[in-house]
Design a protein around this ligand. Structure first.
Ligand code: FES
Length: 70
């Protein structure tokens, strides 16, 4: 699913960025998500906040690319 329509950034790409430990500012710098109209910023922040907690705790969030690769 595309979250940022301006830059065509998918939810999966955002989850992968969260697993890599990128901050919202770093995600914007690398993917462009949130950097144009800004309409997606709230959803981007929500996805990053959901994914970052379990991943950093050593667990796996829903749709985790690391778990799918294992
Ligand atoms: S929808 Fe993401 S910056 Fe416009």
């Amino acid at each position: 699913m595309i979250v940022c329509s301006c830059r065509a950034v998918s939810e999966q790409a955002l989850r992968e960025a969260a697993c890599a430990g990128l901050s919202p500012a770093e995600v914007e710098a690398q993917t462009g998500a949130g950097g144009d109209c800004g309409c997606c910023r709230e959803e981007v922040a929500y996805i990053l906040s959901r994914a970052a907690g379990p991943c950093r705790a050593g667990g796996a969030c829903p749709g985790c690319p690391r778990r799918q690769a294992a």
